[in-house]
Design a binder for this molecule. Structure first.
Ligand code: SF4
Length: 279
């Protein structure tokens, strides 16, 4: 069986930056991350082995350093509280997330009904909501936007998206809003790493008989990659590590594609590829 691997598979710019910041802090007294540094349990575990402990809340930190994760924190107040408590703050928020926070705030300040195309429960979305304030609607369903806008006589909508959103869903929502709104202001907040990864994976999925997508089950962008492959109609397996691979999946498969989310480390991708090459 031939195994082909996506060139863009693995750590994106924002994750590389955050992981480097965390490993640079190893050896200092009491290093913490507020929430998981990135959405990959194996990386979080490796950091713990090096003494970088994950906490859910600042109240658990009694001193030392606190690293703000790549998805950002829930509000600017968290940073102020950490500084007031005398902690050293290392801000590993991805600059693309900071951008989304800034555009969301701008749209709120300009008086638009703001729509963020994404998942309300994702930490990145929570950080954008916390930084922008205002009544932002987070959804991937046009009917929910329509229902909300019915309350306003003048329909002015400002749209951004979660950085890992697919272009298909984002552009569909924009086009649907154009049909019912007087004014639509759009900021493209999908990050280039997501875009490159999605384009490459879509092409790959059309040229193989099976796709293996590697990454945290809690990783939004890994989940989106797997969905894109399924939409194309190719059998797709979303796994976190090589141990989950089942040989039966590849009965009759001549060529398999391997893709990985932006928070998947090289060592896990390499294990998966070498396991598949032995089948
Ligand atoms: S996927 Fe994009 S937004 Fe998310 S951490 Fe990576 S570069 Fe930043």
């Amino acid at each position: 069986m031939e195994v082909i691997v996506a060139e863009n598979a693995g750590f994106c710019f924002g994750v590389k930056r955050a992981v480097k910041m965390a490993f640079d802090a190893v050896g200092e007294d009491q290093v913490h991350t507020l929430g998981p540094l990135i959405h990959n349990p194996q990386v979080v575990e490796r950091l713990l082995e090096k003494g970088v402990r994950q906490v859910a809340d600042l109240s658990e930190v009694k001193g030392g350093t606190v690293i703000l994760r790549s998805h950002g924190v829930s509000s600017p107040q968290v940073v102020a509280d950490a500084q007031a408590a005398g902690l050293r703050v290392v801000d590993a928020t991805c600059p693309f997330v900071t951008n989304a926070q800034r555009y969301a705030k701008q749209l709120v300040d300009e008086g638009y009904q703001v729509v963020m195309v994404g998942n309300r429960n994702h930490p990145e979305t929570q950080s954008v909501l916390g930084h922008a304030g205002g009544d932002i609607l987070v959804t991937e369903v046009f009917e929910e936007i329509q229902k909300r806008l019915n309350r306003f006589s003048k329909k002015r909508v400002g749209i951004i998206s979660q950085t890992t959103q697919t272009y298909g869903t984002f552009s569909q929502i924009v086009v649907q809003c154009l049909r019912i709104c007087e004014e639509v202001k759009v900021f493209n907040t999908i990050c280039y790493a997501t875009e490159d990864n999605q384009t490459e994976v879509e092409q790959m999925a059309g040229a193989v008989q099976a796709m293996v997508v590697v990454g945290g089950k809690n990783s939004a962008n890994t989940g989106h990659l797997a969905d894109l492959c399924r939409d194309i109609g190719v059998p797709t397996y979303h796994i976190e590590t090589a141990h989950e691979i089942e040989p039966d999946w590849f009965f009759d498969v001549r060529k398999v594609g391997v893709a990985a989310g932006a928070s998947t480390p090289d060592w896990i991708i390499e294990e998966v590829v070498s396991h598949l090459r032995k089948l």
